[in-house]
Design a binder for this molecule. Structure first.
Ligand code: ZN
Ligand code: ZN
Length: 645
């Protein structure tokens, strides 16, 4: 029994010195897995697997046969026997599908041993492949839950991966001769990003890939909040081959679970931090709907579908090229926007065509992240966001923005006021935290308490679990004793509603960072309700506020705003607090950075398609790029299709 095409099996068996050691060859997701009762012998020749992968142009992995793996409880005991106590192991988790045991320790070097001696000993005794990692400084409940789930549902997950593997390695109908994209959401608007990418030949359609599947949280009306998944091209979700998620923000990921509710059973590709952050954000989204008196109708999906998303998720590291259909190869690259955010590179056919989709990106470094990647093997069409595409959308340098924020905090605190900063839990929250901590540490900002509410703390925990996704400076700080900015004493996590009320009642002065970022729900509303009336207080906007959101109304300077419903009537609040917008913190490229990126992207594309920007912004930048760079530009509407090839 196998799901791997004959020619691939043949190539593998011919190459391997001891084919009798192979107990099975399976396609699991995009990888070809060679199962064996004796991985050590099979892996003796170090280059064998690499050469094999090159020859068959697939990702190949050798895994221990599930039959030889030691019972998990026993293996745990054995590992604790082998590894010296000083390694300070904090958890041991098994991934039965991968045949891996993840050993978290405060001193992972001591788990590895001299020249990998202990790792080898563990492998030979328990047969699981050990993966020692450093214990993150803050424990994440989300990551723990995901790991537990993947462990208990491993049988089903393996079945899912084998089904996906079979589809990926199917024989294509014919060589691809046409490629098109359809905007399903997020075109000439910000929110509900979704693009359908299709390929085919004269014999019919071949690949159908959905790039992002977001929700516009600024709207309650499904007509405006959800992408056009009722378009004829996606009439049946089971016809989709794959979903690719650029990053965790809900306007890119928030509608993914819905697909599983209505028949989708395929993979979602994204980076490992994106998987964890999506899980956190969609669970928070469901909770907010549950509590909200503003929302109409039911949530579009439930926790059950979030679980399906986790089971079907195939995490990919940056730069890891992967077949996702018989004709399309996917690679994710750093986008510099939030932790784990990716620019998507799609390669179609054997050198036929290449598309780069930026998702949200920052062409410029931030406190946490490196600048977006701009060099690719090939690019014919670039699909770019254009949030700040207007010619007037120039942001001040980051340093200035930071100073402005600190000045605002100092002035407000001096007059006895409180500072409220609505932030998305992921991204701006951590950037602002790092800035406030640095100023506090250097005593330029004294005696300040920064309360963190909503899921900011949990999102921060996930950050510390993925140091490799952050820039070196912050990574070094995190692991230096006593220097981790996120663990600073100035931060206090608001644990529950009771504490929230205490904080509101407290005399202050202090700063509150709270979700949601556009004030569309979440604890920020509770703070705003109480703080808005006092002119000594300040609300500071550091991120994009979408049209239709409460944040946008406050930002525009409305004297009275509706914050929700109470007993069937609208609840209104008078805004007397100072309202301040500080540009320059954005995780998006501003106009100059957008132009800079398009000018610099290598190689030069033939065409640029703009999305993720309000109507005027898309048109503005499209016309400038056309005039200034002599590139074909397009700004399609939602539901419009563009043929690329
Ligand atoms: Zn985003
Ligand atoms: Zn976005």
């Amino acid at each position: 029994m196998t799901n791997v095409p004959k020619d691939i099996r043949k190539a593998i068996i011919e190459k391997i010195k001891y084919p009798e050691l192979i107990s099975g060859i399976w396609a699991e997701g995009p990888k070809i897995i060679i199962y064996t009762r004796n991985p050590a012998i099979l892996l003796e020749d170090g280059d064998l697997i690499r050469n094999l992968a090159k020859e068959i142009r697939k990702r190949v992995e050798v895994r221990p046969d599930p039959d030889v793996l030691m019972d998990m409880e026993e293996a745990k005991k054995k590992i604790l026997e082998i590894v010296p106590q000083e390694a300070d192991i904090t958890s041991i988790n098994f991934d039965p599908v991968m045949g891996k045991v993840i050993i978290e320790a405060r001193k992972p070097g001591l788990v590895i041993g001299k020249k990998g001696e202990l790792v080898r000993e563990i492998t030979s005794k328990v047969r699981w492949t050990p993966e020692p990692i450093r214990t993150p400084p803050i424990e994440s409940k989300t990551i723990k839950r995901i790991r537990n789930m993947l462990q208990t549902e491993s049988k089903e997950r393996r079945a899912i991966l084998r089904r996906i593997g079979k589809l990926i390695h199917r024989e294509p109908l014919d060589k691809t001769s046409w490629i098109r994209i359809t905007g399903l959401g997020g075109f000439r608007e910000v929110g509900r990003s979704a693009i359908l990418f299709q390929t085919g030949s004269r014999r019919g359609p071949e690949s159908r890939i959905l790039l992002d599947c977001g929700i516009n949280v600024a709207h309650n009306d499904p007509e405006k909040a959800y992408p056009y998944l009722n378009a004829p091209e996606v009439s049946r979700f089971d016809m989709l081959d794959a979903v690719v998620i650029t990053h965790a923000h809900l306007d890119h990921s928030g509608f993914v679970p819905y697909l599983y509710k209505y028949g989708y059973d395929g993979p979602v590709y994204c980076t490992p931090p994106t998987r964890d952050l999506v899980t956190l954000l969609v669970m928070d989204y469901l909770e907010i709907i549950d509590k909200s008196d503003r929302g109409e109708g039911n949530p579009p999906y439930t926790k059950k579908e979030v679980k399906e998303f986790i089971k079907h998720c195939i995490p990919l590291e940056y730069g890891e090229t992967t077949d996702i259909t018989p004709e399309v190869r996917l690679t994710l690259h750093n986008a510099g926007h939030i932790l784990g955010s990716a620019i998507v590179h799609l390669h179609v056919g054997e050198g036929l065509y290449n598309v780069v989709y930026t998702g949200d990106f920052k062409f410029g470094g931030t406190r946490l992240l490196e600048s977006a990647k701009y060099q690719f093997p090939r690019v014919e069409t670039l699909i770019s966001e254009s949030t700040y595409g207007g010619s007037e959308d120039i942001q001040p340098p980051r340093k200035e923005a930071e100073k402005e924020l600190v000045r605002t905090v100092i002035n407000t605190l001096k007059r006895g006021g409180k500072v409220l900063v609505p932030v998305m839990g992921v991204g701006r929250a951590q950037e602002v935290m790092v800035v406030l901590e640095e100023y506090a540490r250097s005593k330029l900002l004294e005696d300040v308490t920064v309360f963190l509410d909503g899921m900011i703390w949990e999102a921060t925990a996930i950050h510390t679990a993925y140091p490799n996704y952050m820039r070196k400076e912050i990574r070094d700080l995190i692991f230096q004793e006593g220097m981790n900015p996120f663990l600073s004493e100035i931060f206090e996590k608001v644990e529950d509603e009771e504490r929230r009320h205490e904080v509101i009642e407290e005399k202050g002065p202090f700063v509150i960072l709270s979700t949601s970022g556009m004030m569309t729900g979440g604890p920020v509303i509770e703070y705003f309700r109480e703080l808005a009336i006092d002119e000594r207080n300040t609300i500071v906007f550091v991120a994009y506020q979408a049209e239709g959101s409460l944040g946008r109304e406050v930002q525009k300077g409305k004297d009275v705003v509706q914050i929700g419903q109470r007993e069937g009537k609208g609840e209104y609040v008078e805004v007397k607090m100072e309202v301040k917008t500080i540009d320059g913190f954005s995780g998006h490229s501003d106009r100059r950075q957008l132009m800079g990126y398009i000018g610099k992207i290598h190689p030069r594309p033939e065409r640029v398609i703009f999305c993720h920007g309000e109507n005027s912004k898309c048109l503005d930048i499209a016309s400038s790029v056309y005039k200034g760079m002599r590139l074909e530009t397009r700004c399609p509407q939602n539901l419009e299709t563009i043929r690329l090839k």
